[in-house]
Design a protein around this ligand. Structure first.
Ligand SMILES: *Cc1c(COP(=O)(O)O)cnc(C)c1O
Length: 365
């Protein structure tokens, strides 16, 4: 069987895939109402929140756009803390809708220093919101969101969080950390196909929403909330993905959040150890290396494109390359959602054989 080890879409359990084949139902009928209520309740448990949680039909990027247009107005100054490609994308969305973005761009591979964020807020006291990526999938780095959230909330700013590749796999207590808007996506750690975004909205975020003037129609949180009260979405949802999510949430809560976080921590550690044992180096600073995606720096001589091709053709192992400026410089191993020790062992064994064929002579045996 293929080892799909990219940071999304991720493999799905057979039970989840079976749910994708359930017959269609009326998305404004009683069966859907039951599902959306149950799913929303379980989502709140995983988000560790009493805030509202809405389900949008889109990929992660749609959720990032929704967070921006529902809380900001054109001309608002916002602090974008970007540590990679997804942070940059979010800043660009805010710019596109007329926000004045103050960019705190951190060197790729490193996490954001909470003190630097404090300084940036002090130097720009008029920013209304701070945008932070919890887990930067392009570099394999996890920010210290617990500390960052303290800094941001002490300043009274709205905290918008991209938790697309972390929430469900890495601990993110939304209420304890006072995160105002938190976005996650079905195809990452949720063991569900692409198509749904889940977003939590705090009381402060609702206040900001009531004044937000950026254009929004499809993404409107007010419509989302009023339809949810009736057990519906404003627009036709990805019904099959909802079925899948209802099954995966049941599995996740059965495993238990602490166990899920511990499994990802264990697997992350095992992946990093395995990579280093092969004689390779991690791209991300190890103190903040992600437990959902490992980025590996290409050593001298290694052709990453060739490596990925060999892995796919000869070992049925699918890894991700680098994005944008990291293209050809790193490769990435996704280990989020449905993943165990054997999966990582298979990846490391395949790498051991494929690396020399792709130009890296220094593989340790
Ligand atoms: C996957 C991802 C996104 C959004 O990607 P989509 O392709 O739109 O689902 C955004 N941010 C992070 C951190 C991600 O991992």
């Amino acid at each position: 069987m293929t080892q799909l080890r990219i940071p999304g879409p991720t493999p799905c359990p057979p039970e989840v895939l079976k749910a994708m084949a359930w017959p269609m139902i009326d998305h404004r009928g009683p069966e859907y109402k039951k599902i959306i209520f149950e799913v929303t309740d379980k989502l709140k448990q995983v988000f560790q929140t009493r805030n509202d949680v809405l389900i949008l039909t889109c990929s992660g990027t749609g959720g990032l756009e929704a967070a921006v247009v529902n809380t900001l107005s054109p001309g608002d100054r916002v602090l974008s803390v970007s540590i990679g490609a997804f942070g940059d994308r979010w800043a660009n969305i805010a710019r596109e809708f007329g926000a004045e973005v103050v960019a705190l761009d951190i060197e790729w591979g490193k996490a954001a220093d909470p003190e630097a964020i404090r300084q940036a807020i002090m130097s720009n006291p008029d920013v209304s919101a701070v945008m932070v990526t919890h887990n930067e999938t392009s570099t394999g780095v996890t920010n210290d969101l617990g500390t960052i959230s303290k800094v941001v909330k002490e300043s009274g700013k709205l905290l918008l969080v991209d938790a697309i590749s972390s929430l469900s796999s890495i601990d993110l207590p939304v209420d304890d950390w006072h995160c105002d808007v938190v976005v996650s996506g079905s195809q990452k750690g949720w063991m569900v196909p692409p198509g749904l975004v889940m977003v939590s909205i705090s009381t402060e975020a609702w206040e900001a929403h009531s004044k937000a003037k950026m254009p929004h129609f499809y993404w409107d949180f007010t419509k989302g909330k009023s339809f949810l009260e009736k057990g519906q979405n404003p627009w036709t949802p990805a019904v099959s993905v909802m079925f899948a999510l209802s099954v995966s949430l049941e599995m996740m809560l059965k495993e238990g959040l602490p166990n899920i976080f511990a499994r990802h921590a264990r697997i992350g550690q095992m992946t990093r150890e395995g990579i280093k044992a092969l004689g390779l180096s991690l791209f991300a600073e190890e103190s903040h290396a992600s437990n959902t995606v490992t980025s590996v720096a290409a050593p001298e001589g290694l052709d990453i494109k060739k490596l990925r091709q060999i892995l796919q053709d000869e070992h049925q192992v699918v890894l991700a390359g680098g994005q944008q400026r990291l293209d050809g410089k790193i490769f990435r191993i996704g280990h989020l959602g449905l993943v165990n020790e054997d999966d990582i062992k298979a990846v490391i064994s395949a790498l051991k054989v494929a690396l020399p064929k792709a130009g890296f002579a220094g593989v340790k045996q």
